[in-house]
Design a protein around this ligand. Sequence first.
Ligand SMILES: [Cu+2]
Length: 177
Amino acid sequence: MKKTFYIVLATFLLATYSCQQAEEENVVTEVAPAVVENVPVEEEPDTTLQPVEELILHAVGNTLEEIAYAEDTLTVSSGALVKMVLVNEGIDMPMVHNVVFTQPGAYQEVALAAEEVGASGNYVPDMPLVVAASPMALPGQTVELNFTAPTEPGAYDFVCTYPGHWKLMHGTLLVEE
Ligand SMILES: [Cu+2]
């Protein structure tokens, strides 16, 4: 009778031990997939795969009759990260220039709205027609502008929004697929 009790007890203990072992195994198998799931998170920053394109634009001329952009057409790929540099080669005031990219055909409307905004608003109107705008470059200054090119291909405009400059200073931003 006692022997039977010990056998039952031994079987019970063994069963309990096996159960604990199974639970421990379960814990291990639960941890393993979590580690695997973490791997793609580390590989996630794919923004580095977005193409970066560099543009340079020169503002030239030293009288209000001569002012112009040296380049009348700039080309970028749709959706590209654009690193843009505007070099103001003017020497005297008021050869103050910026570059504002606008929706197709909108450069004049944006430039006239910019005159209303004035110096306190940096001559950049807050309107959907504006795609991106650089700071003002004083004579001899170089300014930078980083922006994302429109995803919709087309012939966009760019313009200097310093008062009166838009008539002579505008061009085309070709956004290609
Ligand atoms: Cu200008």
